[in-house]
Design a protein around this ligand. Structure first.
Ligand SMILES: [Fe+2]
Ligand SMILES: [Fe+2]
Length: 226
């Protein structure tokens, strides 16, 4: 288990209050929640790096780079949060990301499938929606957050691409069909269901296949085209 600060107080995902981004405190809570995701993401990347033996050297280098970028994301958001008058730990946080990390600790294939290419990929879908909301708020702090999220979105495409690359590499090594194996892993590890709208453009750049994008836009049913 990685070390963690005493704060933020950990709460169930359902107990995290939604606040209006049209108040400064609401925006601080929003930035804090993304800050908390990035904090967990540093640990997730380092866990992917140290936990699994026998992968090629490039695998370890990739995840070390991801950890470094997650630390940069955390630092950018935390500096912004401090400028707004709050700091990391001032709001509660939840552990949704870390629980999937624990569930997949014995299976690098499931880890690649369900953490980078499921949970991190959800960030690709969510970020433009958050940015649109912040643009409507249109205050200097909201617009600075939009800029930070542009940097994060750019890097996260790379993280999901790394997840896709190693997922496919592992499937090939084990003689598995990546597209048929994914729904099996989702069911076995009770991964969260993906909800539209999907950022198909960013997902395409992050290495999802045309067939996977087709399945997503058809509503998530894993039926193969004729
Ligand atoms: Fe990140
Ligand atoms: Fe990431």
């Amino acid at each position: 288990m990685p070390g963690r600060p005493e704060k933020p107080v950990r709460v169930a995902a359902t107990a995290v209050q939604k606040r209006s981004p049209f108040t400064t405190e609401g925006r601080a809570a929003l930035i804090h929640s993304i800050c908390h995701i990035e904090f967990n993401a540093i640990n997730l990347a380092l866990d992917a790096m140290w936990r699994y033996d026998g992968m090629p050297e490039a695998y370890y280098r990739d995840w070390l780079r991801v950890a470094d970028e997650e630390a940069q994301h955390f630092t950018l958001l935390h500096a912004h949060l401090q400028n707004m008058g709050w700091r990391y730990g001032d709001f509660p946080g939840h552990d949704g990301l870390w629980s999937m990390c624990e569930k997949t600790r014995d299976d690098v294939l499931a880890r690649m499938a369900l953490v980078p290419r499921t949970l991190e990929a959800r960030g690709l879908d969510a970020t433009p929606l958050i940015q649109a909301k912040l643009k409507r708020v249109d205050t200097p702090d909201a617009l600075r957050a939009v800029e930070i999220l542009d940097i994060i979105l750019r890097d996260e495409v790379g993280h999901v691409a790394i997840g896709n690359h190693w997922y496919r590499w592992l499937c090939e090594r084990e003689g598995l069909d990546p597209e048929a194996t994914y729904p099996e892993l989702v069911a076995r590890y009770e991964a969260p269901r993906l909800k539209p709208p999907f950022n198909l453009e960013a997902r395409g750049r992050a290495g999802f296949s045309a067939e996977e994008l087709r399945v997503l836009s058809a509503g998530g049913k894993a039926e193969k085209a004729e």
